[in-house]
Design a protein around this ligand. Structure first.
Ligand code: HEC
Length: 129
């Protein structure tokens, strides 16, 4: 977490929220060090399995040509998730777990991922550059 962010009380509040959402991971040494703790290959399989491609265009994912959500082709280069959430691993994990919690009213649904699934997907999404 960049130190500049922690100066803002808004970011601090969001951090607390993220940590609450990742409570299991917060106490787990293996997952805390490499924060994301995900495997991009498994993440790609999960993205296929959960049919994220129904709403998103995703390179190398069979059938992923949806247009309801943004094209994820260069997602790893973006500074923000959904236009306003800093694109850093803990925030992306939190986004995938529960988009409306981070951005009320968003059209992206909570698809019921486990935290570990969200971490695998996060690792995969950052390979898209
Ligand atoms: C019902 C359609 C739908 C499904 C299913 C869906 N998304 Fe989304 N997704 C969206 C929409 C719409 C947005 C834009 C949200 C916003 O800006 O409020 C979005 C945004 C995103 C973003 C941020 C993209 C950006 O450019 O800011 C990522 C990453 C993402 N989705 C990944 C996923 C993954 C991974 C899955 C599968 C677990 C998934 N989505 C499933 C509709 C969907």
């Amino acid at each position: 977490m960049p130190t500049s962010l922690s100066r803002s009380s808004i970011a601090r509040g969001a951090l607390v929220l993220t940590c609450a959402g990742l409570l299991a991971g917060c106490g787990d040494d293996d997952n805390r060090k490499p924060y994301v703790g995900g495997d991009a290959k498994i993440g790609k399989q999960l993205v296929t399995q959960y049919q994220c491609g129904a709403c998103h265009k995703i390179p190398d994912v069979p059938g992923a040509g949806g247009e309801a959500g943004p094209d994820l082709e260069k997602f790893g280069r973006l500074s923000y998730i959904a236009g306003g959430i800093p694109n850093v691993p803990p925030r992306l994990v939190a986004w995938l777990l529960d988009p409306p919690a981070l951005k009320p009213g968003t059209a992206m649904p909570n698809v019921g991922l486990t935290e570990q699934e969200a971490r695998h997907m996060t690792a995969f999404l950052y390979t898209l550059r």
